[in-house]
Design a protein around this ligand. Structure first.
Ligand SMILES: O=C(O)[C@@H](COP(=O)(O)O)OP(=O)(O)O
Length: 312
């Protein structure tokens, strides 16, 4: 597509979001948990040879469903609470982790409410509310730049499904940056929570590729999270689709091309068993009913497709 035409359409898409409200859904689609199945479908260069000893268990989680997940809009750094179903997903997740006997010593979240709220609900179900929680912007969702607030299916209609997949899943392509005229710029970039981050507010990202997410996340992993795991602490990370993808890519050595095909459903725990050097001893597993999880993953992937028109 001609880039000038693409930019104009994007501008029209952004302007079309103004005045849209958030809402709380009433429908329910829960994931029944029962079995634990491997999710391996890509090459993992960092997974240790078969037979390596599992020393640590790390659980990662994409928060429960938020209102904009249902509206199919890029939420990113816009702060959204969980939907009613998202609350149920987080509670189910906590119940399931409890049935598997998980005992956490430390919880990490982003500084976005949906990941914090998910962590609280999970820990409440586990009866482990007393466990310390640390939050960092470095676990935030990817900054989706000018795409924030836009509907994925409408973007696919205007820019093509391939372009939307590149924006959502490619490793090193960043979406167009947000600027001051964007309807959510002020809400995000003047938010008090970003005044106390470990970087200057004016150097916060205006858009990020997955690669850039990994670059800002890695110092936090290396300096804060990894040392705690090596001390023997069982860690839960309650984060987002893309911050979790970035960390998974790093830990498992997923290639730049294979990461394109990985999407994470909301509210499903991902277990990684690690050796003494924090190398995975086997591929990550989604904990729960595999069929329901695969259906949820497909739903996430399909968000970037043109919505079929209904004929009268
Ligand atoms: O920013 C968002 O809307 C989604 C990810 O969107 P996709 O990358 O799946 O399009 O992030 P999350 O719900 O995990 O915080």
């Amino acid at each position: 597509m001609d880039t000038a035409v693409g930019r104009r359409r994007l501008r029209e898409d952004i302007e079309g979001t103004q005045g849209q409200d958030m809402y709380q859904p009433e429908c329910s689609s829960r994931l029944p948990f029962s079995v634990v199945v491997s999710s391996k479908s890509h090459s993992l260069s960092k997974v240790s040879p078969v037979g390596s000893m599992s020393k640590y268990k790390l659980v990662m989680l994409r928060h429960g469903e938020g209102a904009w997940n249902i509206e199919n809009r890029f939420c990113s750094w816009v702060d959204q609470k969980l939907s009613i179903d998202g609350i149920k997903e987080a509670e189910m997740c906590g119940k399931h982790l409890k049935s598997l006997g998980f005992e956490f010593d430390l919880v990490f979240t982003s500084i976005l409410s949906r990941s914090i709220q998910t962590a609280w609900l999970v820990m409440q179900e586990l009866g482990q509310e007393w466990v310390p929680v640390q939050s960092s912007w470095r676990l935030n969702e990817r900054h989706y730049g000018a795409l924030i607030g836009l509907n994925r299916a409408e973007l696919a209609l205007n820019h093509g499904e391939d372009q939307v997949k590149i924006w959502r899943r490619s490793y090193d392509v960043a979406p167009p940056p947000i600027d001051e005229t964007h309807p959510y710029y002020q809400i995000i970039h003047t938010d008090r929570r970003y005044s106390s981050c470990d970087i200057q507010k004016d150097t916060l990202p205006k858009s990020e590729s997955l690669k850039q997410v990994l670059e800002r996340l890695l110092p936090y992993w290396n300096d804060v999270i990894a040392p705690e795991i090596k001390k023997g602490k069982t860690v839960l990370i309650s984060a987002h689709g893309n911050s979790t993808r970035a960390l998974l890519k790093h830990l498992e050595g997923i290639s730049d091309t294979d990461i394109v095909n990985i999407s994470l459903p909301t509210g499903v725990p991902v277990l990684l068993e690690l050796d003494e050097n924090l190398h995975p001893v086997k591929p990550h597993v989604f904990l729960g009913d595999q069929e329901a999880i695969q259906a949820a993953i497909k739903k996430v992937e399909d968000q970037g497709k043109v919505k079929p028109t209904t004929e009268n």
